[in-house]
Design a protein around this ligand. Structure first.
Ligand SMILES: NC(=O)c1ccc[n+]([C@@H]2O[C@H](COP(=O)([O-])OP(=O)(O)OC[C@H]3O[C@@H](n4cnc5c(N)ncnc54)[C@H](OP(=O)(O)O)[C@@H]3O)[C@@H](O)[C@H]2O)c1
Length: 238
């Protein structure tokens, strides 16, 4: 599908799946605005993406700034939020600050973004949130991550009715090789990926491009709405 003449806002677009999606939208002729907190990183990535890519640096938890950013961007076609800052730890070890930070990136952020983007979104446009496999395959240390993924999917279903005819969908990734795992040593990271891959029907972890292709198909198909697209290599049934 051509994205010529289309403008896509990707919050989290300087890294991982968001960045892979930005590259694909641009290759299809679209214009992209990437968002995140780190202005230096956003500027550097936007320059490498080219094709008039611009960026907005803000914390998704800052409601007034999110509103101002969308008012400044003006009319556009598709909103995608891939932003996440997550802590995997048992409930007994999680601090309130850590939980608040997770809430900001995975719940308040997508909520504020959808709220303040809606007046500017094309009627044939879409919103795409990113949830995750933890909502379906809970694991110790992922209680808040699982909760927020499930909450985001609930939010999407209601918004698909509230902001119609704009479509609202969700991509639910399994384990994907992105910089989100950079907190692990190279050895631990590879060990994790090998272990996860061994338990999956497809025998590998995801690539950022797998998820970008999934988001593109949700954005581009005008009859896909209120759908959670599981892109997890079969992780829910493994
Ligand atoms: N990777 C996986 O294995 C996996 C598995 C299941 C689900 N997911 C979900 O898939 C989505 C994409 O994951 P990914 O691995 O591609 O992510 P990623 O590479 O870690 O990138 C996340 C981006 O979010 C931005 N961000 C974080 N907190 C923010 C905030 N408060 N305000 C604004 N921007 C913020 C970060 O940029 P700054 O630091 O510059 O702000 C970063 O660019 C996420 O929702 C994640 O939870 C990922």
């Amino acid at each position: 599908m051509s994205y010529a003449g289309k403008k896509v806002i990707i919050l989290g677009g300087a890294s991982g799946m968001g960045l892979a999606l930005a590259k694909k939208v641009i290759a299809a002729g679209g214009q992209v605005v990437i968002g995140g907190r780190n202005a230096e990183k956003l500027g550097r990535i936007a320059a490498t993406l080219g094709n008039g890519t611009t960026y907005k640096a803000f914390d998704l938890g800052d409601e007034a700034t999110v509103k101002a950013a969308f008012d400044e961007i003006g009319a556009f076609d598709h909103l995608v939020t891939t932003a996440a800052e997550l802590t995997f730890a048992p409930m007994s070890d999680l601090t309130t600050a850590q939980v608040q930070s997770m809430l900001v990136s995975k719940f308040w952020g997508p909520f504020y973004a959808a709220k303040y983007a809606t007046p500017h979104l094309a009627k044939d446009g879409s919103v795409t949130f990113f949830s995750g496999l933890a909502a379906y395959r809970p694991a110790p240390g992922a209680s808040i991550v699982a909760s927020l993924n499930a909450a985001l999917e609930g939010l999407a279903m209601s918004l698909a009715l509230e902001i119609k005819p704009v479509r609202v969908n969700v991509v639910s990734p399994g384990v994907v090789d992105t910089p989100t795992w950079d907190f692990l040593s190279a050895e631990d990271r590879q060990g994790l990926f090998d272990s996860v891959a061994g338990g999956l029907p497809v025998g590998r972890v995801g690539h950022a491009d797998d998820l970008a292709d999934a988001a593109l198909s949700l954005m581009g198909n005008g009859f896909i709405n209120a759908t959670v697209l599981h892109v997890d290599g079969g992780g829910r049934i493994a």
